[in-house]
Design a protein around this ligand. Structure first.
Ligand SMILES: CC/C=C\C/C=C\C/C=C\CCC/C=C/C(=O)SCCNC(=O)CCNC(=O)[C@H](O)C(C)(C)COP(=O)(O)OP(=O)(O)OC[C@H]1O[C@@H](n2cnc3c(N)ncnc32)[C@H](O)[C@@H]1OP(=O)(O)O
Length: 263
């Protein structure tokens, strides 16, 4: 029942998502291998996204590669949503690890150039693509883990928040947060809600009103991220964590998520 509720709540998020229908990708207990064996891997790449799928574990790694800072441009967001939709439709895919190919940056957030001097039509299309990215990630029926291997302000932080679990590199130079206020922007309500659901009301109030960017240790203290690990261990830890989550029987790891389930 919980699973069904989660699915209905999730698919109610977006008319486009409703097309996906309800199906189970989470079978019984499986013995999962954290390492990808070459013959069991498949890769697909668009210009800004690399997707590597391990058929033996059902784990996909979605790597953002939009230099210089993985800003969320219209093109990037479109490719991102298409990649995620393909994985969502792939019944063999049970978990997605989101990470960055760029040194020091997870994502710089919305592409500022998409919001400057553009036509109302373009702005509408861009904003719709931002919402679509969030709906797909937050409403995903796969387990999603953000492997945050660099700084992640504003919309980049939203992406990480939309995942089920966040693992960040413990590099003190990296920062993360919804710092829109510092940029003279009010974070939209659904940015706010996603943050509240993660860190709670009071921390979210302070965070949003002051536009705080947290260092990695402060992000852990406030609950913005779940785990800090050495930089070279971010991806392997994400793989191990995913394996643990996917070993939860049936669909319980997904179905018991309170953000999308009411029982
Ligand atoms: C009209 C609007 C239409 C529709 C929208 C409707 C409503 C919108 C309303 C509200 C929106 C609210 C939500 C907003 C969310 C956002 O995400 S806003 C974007 C916020 N992000 C930032 O402000 C990030 C700023 N960047 C940085 O802090 C740093 O660049 C960094 C920490 C990411 C990386 O630092 P460095 O490694 O030192 O790199 P540089 O600073 O030298 O940058 C390299 C290069 O990249 C360009 N760049 C950086 N960030 C962005 C970005 N967000 N978009 C586009 N380009 C970016 C930077 O300018 C440099 O370019 P060059 O100078 O090398 O050409």
């Amino acid at each position: 029942m919980a699973t069904l509720l989660k699915h209905s709540a999730k698919y109610a998020l977006s008319g486009r998502l409703a097309r996906l229908g309800v199906h189970s990708r989470h079978g019984g207990l499986q013995c999962l291998q954290p390492r990808l064996l070459p013959h069991q891997r498949s890769a697909s790449t668009s210009s800004k996204i690399l997707v590597e799928m391990d058929d033996s574990t059902g784990i996909a790694v979605l790597t953002m590669k939009n230099p210089p800072v993985n800003s969320l441009s219209l093109d990037f967001l479109t490719e991102f949503s298409i990649s995620l939709e393909k994985l969502e439709l792939d019944r063999g895919c049970r978990g997605v690890i989101l990470t960055s190919a760029l040194p020091k940056i997870f994502s710089a957030g919305l592409d500022i150039m998409e919001m400057y001097g553009k036509s109302p039509e373009h702005c509408g299309e861009f904003w719709k693509a931002v919402q679509e990215m969030w709906l797909r990630l937050y409403g995903s029926s796969m387990i999603t883990i953000a492997a945050i291997n660099g700084s992640s302000p504003a919309g980049g932080c939203l992406m990480a928040l939309a995942c089920d679990y966040r693992i960040m590199a413990e590099n003190p130079k990296y920062s993360i947060g919804l710092n829109e206020t510092q940029l003279g922007i009010v974070a939209p309500f659904w940015f706010k809600d996603t943050l509240v659901n993660t860190v709670g009301n009071r921390a979210a109030e302070l965070s949003l009103q002051l536009g705080l960017l947290y260092s990695a240790p402060d992000a852990l203290r406030t609950g913005l991220v779940d785990l800090l690990v050495p930089e070279d261990k971010v991806l392997s830890t994400a793989s191990q964590t995913m394996t643990q989550w996917l070993a939860i029987p049936g669909e319980n790891a997904i179905g018991s998520n309170p953000r999308v389930s009411s029982s």
